[in-house]
Ligand binder design. Structure first.
Ligand code: ZN
Length: 285
């Protein structure tokens, strides 16, 4: 166990998406690591949460005083038949309940791509709209905001057919026109840094619809489309600039570091990974 040297007030504004060290640590170990390093928040994934047990994880996280910046993840709404779409809806209802048990600030939605064999991306987007519409009342009743995460277009087929901030905001406008805070966005710099309208869309989203802020970096070259994300400062994303736009739009929540990195950070000592996240967070934002 590495003891942590100098805490910095900014450190409480960092949240750790558990995917960042999921290859090295269990959820229990990650919670403990966050506490030892003075990190302020955590965003668990449901597979590790299921292994730990939701109630146990919720109690541990509460005892450590960590903010749960999101539960990853709900979504995956499109399916090739009605039964499949209903299964997805049922799964999202359970995810909303788990997020509530954790006291999460939102449930992150990776909305899903095309059903197998389909070429109908417009149809998939309609299924996403209908799926979110079907669970929104339950989310409202649970007081659990749903955060649509637009994913980089390279994931449109398999993971998310909502690929821009504008598309996500359109869905928010359609399903929650009153800007109640029940539906909004998870802004992940990895997915949206390239968007020429990013500043305007962040401003348009505003405080009510900016539910989460995920940070990492885009490496050049990128060697794998899924598991080669970079540590903040190692790539080409203007993190300070995007952070300024988020702050100007009213976002005052934590910054959640989320790095899938099979060849680099998943192979390092997880205490070193957390220390590096804290150091880069202080310097890059
Ligand atoms: Zn993310």
């Amino acid at each position: 166990m590495t003891e942590v040297a100098t805490a910095h007030p900014e450190d409480r504004l960092l949240s750790l998406n558990t995917a960042t060290v999921r290859e090295q640590w269990t959820l229990e170990q990650i919670i403990d690591g966050c506490q030892r390093h003075g990190i302020g928040g955590i965003a668990p994934w449901r597979d590790q949460l299921a292994i730990c047990g939701v109630d146990k994880a919720a109690a541990m996280i509460r005892d450590c005083g960590l903010t749960v910046t999101g539960l990853c993840r709900g979504g995956m709404f499109p399916a090739d038949d009605a039964a499949g779409r209903q299964r997805a809806i049922d799964d999202n209802l359970r995810a909303i309940d788990d997020a509530r048990t954790l006291g999460a600030e939102c449930l992150v939605l990776v909305v899903g791509g095309l059903p197998p064999g389909s070429r109908d991306i417009a149809g998939a987007r309609t299924m996403v709209r209908d799926g979110i519409g079907a669970v929104l009342a339950h989310a409202r009743a649970a007081g659990m905001p749903l955060a649509i995460e637009p994913l980089h277009p390279m994931y449109a087929a398999e993971r998310a057919c909502i690929n821009t901030m504008a598309q996500a905001l359109e869905l928010c406008e359609e399903l929650d026109p009153g800007r109640t805070g029940a539906l909004g966005l998870a802004v992940d710099v990895y997915h949206v840094w390239w968007d020429p309208d990013l500043e305007a869309r962040i401003a348009e989203a505003g405080r009510e619809r900016l539910l989460a802020f995920h940070i990492c970096d885009w490496l050049v070259p990128t060697r794998d489309l899924l598991v080669d994300r970079g540590m903040m400062g190692d790539g080409i994303i203007d993190l300070a600039g995007i952070h300024r736009w988020m702050t100007a739009a009213g976002y005052d929540g934590l910054r959640e570091v989320e790095i899938f990195s099979a060849e680099t950070w998943w192979k390092r000592d997880p205490d070193e990974v957390l220390a590096t996240c804290l150091d880069r967070h202080r310097r890059c934002l």
